[in-house]
Design a protein around this ligand. Sequence first.
Ligand code: ATP
Length: 316
Amino acid sequence: MGEQGYEKGRRPVGRTVVLEAPAKVNLHLEVLKRRHDGYHEIETILQTVELCDRVEVTLKERRPGGSPDISLQVVSGSWRVPHDATNLCWRAASLFCRETGVSGALNLQLVKKVPPAAGLGGGSSDAAAVLAACNRLFETGLDDQALENMGAKLGADVPFFIRGGTALGRGTGTSLTPLPLLRTCQFLIVKPDMELKTAEVYANLKMGLTVNSAKANIQVIKPQLARFPQRTWPGFNRLEDVVLPWSPDLKRLIMRLREEAPIAMMSGSGSAVFAAFPVGRDVSGLTREFTETGYFVELAGPRARGVRFRDEESPG
Ligand code: ATP
């Protein structure tokens, strides 16, 4: 994140930090092989977008040597998100204390704007935000790389959200290389009312029997980023091979978007899909069409960074 602006000399006890935790879309996702440990090697292009959860973390008091006392409140409307120690925010706070040896009473408040179980990485981004928040509140001074390494213990998408922007992800997605930032495009993100579990989607991918004929490799795709979103974009999402035959609704949705947009594909393991349009293209008709169908719809630009501190308050 590269932001170290807290006021020196001020005790960080009783302090609150507020962060934006952005969603991501995958502009390309190829599955290279299944590993012996059950995980998959992938090659993906990740892009953060300006659709963000709000994460607020308060360090009420330090407890050196004690065990952390973590509490969590979640505002998520009708979306199902855990409110207990299984929430990725809670797991991130707990991991941070364990790994760095700090402890204290931490209150976490999460307002969900990113739909869960959508392939948009919302939970992972929330976790990255909590790691960054703890690093500041406990004044542990970890750099981005150290936070990314810690994040990888929580999930393959977590490290990406520390720096965000446009990046190539390899391995299970945790080995990251920054790419030139996207410029003029806007993403129409649409999610039908269905949740997909990432592990199940991967488990149903039949390696070597994929029906998607796309074969472009990353060397072909990378140079095309400068012209994104042109209709000849060679990126694709291999996981559509698993999900679209299961879900006629999702298939219809992607086909409808492809009638209007130069690029439309599923994000991650779904069920969100996105269409990329040039900036200035009026998409209000499409937005209305999908909203009336009852889908979640959001128009968001690309974001050049990952989690970000919004403000900082201290009762003194
Ligand atoms: P993944 O690809 O890791 O499954 P995703 O992008 O599809 O992630 P997430 O929003 O990260 O979707 O949610 C995945 C699951 O993680 C949810 O079904 C939910 O039960 C659980 N979860 C735990 N913590 C959170 C959180 N803070 N926000 C959303 N979901 C969370």
